[in-house]
Design a protein around this ligand. Structure first.
Ligand code: LLP
Length: 396
């Protein structure tokens, strides 16, 4: 901590590796590809660990694809998801030779086809279906209900596959869905899988062959010892149903979530009699999840501090917003200068951070046994306005 400063994200190399291997091993000899959901944590250090394992990647922008390549990942192991891929992005992805586009609308299919035509090539595609299942998760991260913006209905998918099958510039490859994130029970996944498999049979009857099924990400983790999905059991129930279809999955949170912590330091303690605040140096701009989704992260005092003040604290940041809290009502014994670690912050932590209140984004460190190394240096204040210009209002 002293070496890298506070606040700080710290990742465990060993935990990332073992989380990835748990998914990989659950498949046994069944053909599969784990495409890590890059959006959960796109740090080059993290991506390079996964690239070394031979992981595939689920990307949602050309920026993420360029990151994967910079980290040593292979484009031919990348699936490209997201509701709106621009023609420039499609062009670059085809140039780099990605595995598959997960297409989310009729209009997007037209774009992919037209770019492939311009490049005199064939674009590999899956259609992302929206199976209309309730994943029973936070509304902001549910994606598989018909009122969500993602994917197309099963009926539309059928029509799009027929169109793609007849195109000289589209190569029908797979079928894709992703029903949401932080899902803690297997049943919605199986409901979605059954609907997808039904569609695959219909396609087969039409002479359209699907060679892989992409079952998305979404496996939830335990933020507060709650019950969640047993990965082996989940994969076993998938394999029981898919026959010899290759399975692609896109876990993000379940690979990096519990492999990261966010460490902050107590600046001031403020007890009003009504409420007790521990004002820490980390804020909503560094770890947005509690403010945005009301998410829970365990908060642990890094050192045992029996001399401190025992109280029920709200852990708040220095930002000028009442919504700037990282945790509420936590019983902790604290003194000024103590370090507090927010647990399971490896997914959707740093990636959602911003420079609000002109706060430089924090450093990120990877630890492996006794070895530790910076994987992103702390931003400086001057770097924050490097791309801004004074406006000369004397010119008319
Ligand atoms: N595939 C697609 C197409 C996705 O949209 C996502 C996540 C994933 C895979 C990875 O899902 P995971 O395995 O990580 O659940 N910011 C929110 C989570 C947003 C998830 C967005 N999509 C949070 O902090 O909880």
């Amino acid at each position: 901590m002293v070496e890298y400063g506070s606040p700080l994200y710290i990742y465990s190399h060993g935990q990332i590796v073992s989380n990835w291997q748990k998914f990989d091993q659950a498949f046994g000899g069944h053909p599969h590809l784990i495409c890590y959901g890059v959006k959960a944590n796109s740090n080059l250090g993290v991506l390079s660990v996964l690239a070394n394992l031979g992981s595939g990647f689920d990307i949602v922008s050309i920026g993420e694809l360029e990151r994967v390549i910079a980290a040593g990942g292979k484009p031919e192991r990348c699936v490209f998801s997201g509701v709106s891929k621009t023609k420039t992005e499609i062009h670059r992805a085809l140039e780099l030779g990605i595995l598959c586009f997960n297409v989310e609308s009729a209009a997007e299919l037209d774009s992919v086809e037209s770019v492939a035509k311009l490049m005199s090539t064939k674009a590999p595609i899956s259609i992302r279906v929206n199976p209309d299942v309730d994943a029973n998760t936070h509304p902001y991260i549910a994606t598989g209900l018909k009122e969500n913006k993602f994917g197309v209905s099963i009926d539309t998918a059928l029509a799009l596959y027929k169109k793609a099958e007849h195109s000289q510039h589209l190569d029908v490859f797979g079928l894709d869905y992703h029903i949401g994130s932080q899902i803690t029970e297997v049943s919605p996944f199986i409901e979605a899988l059954e609907k997808a498999l039904e569609l695959i049979s219909k396609l087969k009857a039409e002479g359209i062959k699907i060679s892989h099924i992409d079952i998305g990400g979404g496996v939830g983790i335990a933020y507060n010892a709650e019950k969640t999905i047993n990965i082996e059991q989940y994969i076993r129930s998938v394999l029981d149903k898919v026959g010899d279809l290759e399975v692609i999955l896109e876990p993000g949170r379940a690979i990096v979530g519990d492999a990261g912590i966010f460490v902050t330091q107590v600046e001031y303690l403020k007890q009003s009699g009504v409420k007790s605040f521990a004002i820490i140096d980390g804020a909503m701009n560094d770890l947005l999840r509690p403010s945005l989704y009301g998410s829970y992260h365990q908060a642990i005092a890094v050192e045992d501090n029996s001399k401190g003040i025992k109280d029920t604290w709200d852990l708040v940041g220095p930002i000028c917003e009442t919504g700037d809290f990282l945790a509420k009502d936590r019983e902790l014994t604290l003194t000024q200068g103590d370090y507090i670690a927010f647990m399971s912050a490896g997914a959707y932590g740093f990636v959602l951070s911003s420079n609000y209140n002109t706060r430089p984004r924090v450093a990120e460190v990877m630890v492996s046994g006794s070895h530790h190394a910076l994987v992103r240096k702390r931003e400086t204040v001057s770097s924050l306005f490097e791309n801004e210009f004074i406006f000369n209002d004397e010119i008319n």
